[in-house]
Ligand binder design. Sequence first.
Ligand code: SF4
Ligand code: SF4
Length: 484
Amino acid sequence: MAVRHRAHRRPRMYDPASRDANEFIDDAEIRESLEEGKKLAADRDALNTILEKARLCRGLTHREAAALLYAEDEDIRAGIHALARRIKEHIYGRRIVMFAPLYLSDYCVNNCRYCGFHASNKTARRRLSQEELREEVLALETLGHKRLLLEAGEDDRNCPIDYILECMRTIYGTKLRNGSIRRVNVDIAATTAENYRRLKEAGLGTYILFQETYHKPTYEFMHMGGPKANYEWHTEAMDRGMLEGGLDDVGIGALFGLYDWHYEVMGLLLHAEHLEAVASVGPHTISFPRLLPAEGVDYSAYELVSDRDFKHLIAVTRLAVPYTGMILTTRESAEFRRELLDIGMSQMSAGSCVGVGGYAHPGCSRPGETPQFHLADERKPEDVLKGLVRDGYLPSFCTACYRAGRTGDRFMPLAKSGEISNCCQPNAMLTFEEYLLDYADDELKALGERMIAEELGRITSEKRRAQTAAYLERLKAGERDLRF
Ligand code: SF4
Ligand code: SF4
């Protein structure tokens, strides 16, 4: 008689190429990596070996990154932070890409505990009409912006995909003198492959979707209702977009403060490894929004991240995924944003408004309306730019890659090898020169022209230096939109 064995479940193996969110964001793999990382962090030689590898600018595995996350020694941390800055400058140069978020609609059917737009918040809601949107875009163009990030809550009735597509057409079609929006990135809820395809056809730059938290039980606790409460639908969105919807560039992010930050960094890195495994292209950007303590809000259920740890986790991420654009949000104070730029951030927003209709009518929200969160850096864009130049950064309004078709698997090899800086640096100079000519006050003009002259001298290729100098002269003579 045959002996019947009890069916044993095979231990699940971490599979970065799986299409199941529960397997590519594998909880057991994250926990094992963190346990191993804790032990390795006590071994200075092991940490130094990992840092040697990071110096090659080819990235780290999530297991190696886990060890660096747990490094507590101040010298080691300082070394990691300095290396993060060097890697960013090797890949992207001294440029910082500028963008502005634009809120289209605050209707939302989801109930996310941490967000002012959540459905059970009985606040006055609205979406921009196309006329109001045109006013917003004109206001943003008057500020010199060329790259926007569209934001909208999820509500198929009040804010369907057709509305988003119409807004994209309006934005690309709205011009003011030399002003135009040249790249529209979109941050809307996880959607279908068909809708991703339509966004791409309408001229989408990067599709951005934050995971919020990679820890599934916390995800389910934080999302009390609405389509976003479906963890798999949300977490597998980039797969639908890239593998079925034809998206080239996607941006991921976690909202730090919802769960243990070590776990969230592992989640981001597993997600990056997954995208590499299934689409051969890692995330185009990673964003680092953080919950900050606010008066009158009970944060006892949250795991707020200190400034010290936040800096550290950003630096480790830069070492692990050197090629990715890293985005700094306006939730951080002006002073702290400076420190974060110093450890490898490559994009930031300036003069942001986080309410619907706030650029044309400053003050952001109307009575009864709630912004999505509160800004900590409320400086005018011009003051942000002056600060950057004084700190030795080159502000950039560049949108060249997307428009030259350098996206997805055409962009990644250039970013991974650092060759992209041969485009980033001159394009930053050209787009900053446009800004100086069209929008800057005398003080910024003087600061900026000095910096551009210095940067020109730093271009090592004689041919590229001469081309850049010729383009700068043509801009001064009235041409616009010259790029490499
Ligand atoms: Fe809606 Fe997004 Fe806010 Fe959630 S985070 S309530 S989905 S706007
Ligand atoms: Fe971004 Fe490409 Fe411009 Fe560099 S050249 S700033 S990567 S768009």
